[in-house]
Design a protein around this ligand. Structure first.
Ligand code: ZN
Ligand code: ZN
Length: 186
């Protein structure tokens, strides 16, 4: 049999059953390639497959969807600039209502039709939100030497960091023309 070459489609769940009864809930586990939206919104590459646990609850007014998962992201250490694999746990809660219309970010909920929830945007937002601003390869990464650029995790370059020139300027201002603390000058 020829391998099926499938178009990468949205991460989605079927809700034909759960939507019929108020109070009903359904769990599912997705194991699929990450939607393109995740890479777009995080600006990072992610290791496939994407693993996402989904809980759909029918509250009557809407389907409330809770997602949790973990993304393996190809990150760059903000201190030593080395690439490393960063584990990013994420979660989100989103409300879906069955109604026609395009996605509308001002609504406060998502729309769905045809018994299927498209979770791409919810997942992409959740992963992007969970990404640290300045990832570090390990908590005690010593980073690059600001003087010679050596990786201080690997070598002891022995450089003495220069004082910040902005502080130098301040010091000049503070002490210029003074012989020390001023006493009784008022
Ligand atoms: Zn590092
Ligand atoms: Zn150095």
């Amino acid at each position: 049999m020829l391998p099926l070459r499938m178009k990468v489609r949205a991460m989605h769940v079927r809700v034909a059953d759960v939507k019929k009864w108020v109070g009903r809930s359904e769990r599912s586990h997705l194991e699929e390639p990450w939607p393109a939206a995740v890479a777009e919104r995080t600006g990072s590459r992610l290791a496939d497959p994407g693993l996402v646990d989904v809980l759909v609850r029918n509250t009557g007014a809407a389907l409330v969807v809770e997602i949790t998962g973990t993304a393996e992201v190809e990150a760059t250490c903000s201190r030593c600039l080395k690439p490393f694999r960063l584990t990013v746990p994420f979660s989100a809660v989103e409300e879906f209502r069955e109604e026609p219309g395009p996605p509308d970010e001002w609504l406060g909920y998502s729309r769905y039709q045809a018994d299927e929830l498209d979770l791409d945007d919810v997942i992409a937002d959740a992963v992007a939100l969970a990404m640290p601003m300045a990832p570090v390869c390990r908590p005690d990464c010593r980073g690059l030497c600001p003087v010679c650029g050596a990786d201080r995790n690997e070598i002891e370059c022995g450089c003495v960091p220069e004082a910040d020139p902005r502080w130098e300027a301040l010091r000049g201002l503070t002490f210029e023309g003074r012989e020390g603390p001023q006493n009784g000058s008022r």
